[in-house]
Design a protein around this ligand. Sequence first.
Ligand code: SF4
Length: 222
Amino acid sequence: MAVSRSLRTRAKVVVERLAAQYPGTPKQLCALHHDNAFQLLVATILSAQTTDERVNLVTPDLFSAYPDAEALAHADPTRLEGLIRSTGFFRSKTKSLIGASQALVERFGGEVPSSMEDLVTLPGVGRKTANVVLSVAFGEPGFAVDTHVGRLSRRLGFTASSDPEVVERDVEALVPPEEWGALSLRLILHGRAVCMARKPRCGTCVLADVCPSAHLFDPAPL
Ligand code: SF4
């Protein structure tokens, strides 16, 4: 999309203010506990439709039982389902975890690849998961779009789309690549703490003076 200069300026301010509010690298900002790219990939697959806290409760036992792609590729599905049941959608997640691990072993020497092109060929891995792995595990540009990131990107006027791929492209056109990973994670933190879906706290938001949606959600005066 064509990007106006004022929109770029506002995006720059948003990047700077959120960086001050939520400091840290993508690795430090990521709430999913992990020690390496494989563990992050597994945790991110598990995080679909559940909370990071819930995932962090199951991953210690999971990583201890299956420390690498080779081990997880040969997992007994029933045992694996038992370990991840509390994260929901455990049958399809079991298929994804075993399928992705088999693909890692068969096509990537058991290692997690570091390109979007390769990552999205893994079962259960879409662009959101791939962008998390790229930015957090490899320090590469990657703007992951989840429900918070999509909502905030629209409220901030960075995109008009509800299609995650379009949101990704629109925001990437506005922000330098080295900021993509941290910005995505900061938008998630801001979406949870301040810019919630139903009642955003515009009165306390550090972005209010550059946000076209500020106070749109305030209750009408009596
Ligand atoms: S000003 Fe309100 S709508 Fe805009 S980002 Fe902040 S909380 Fe969200």
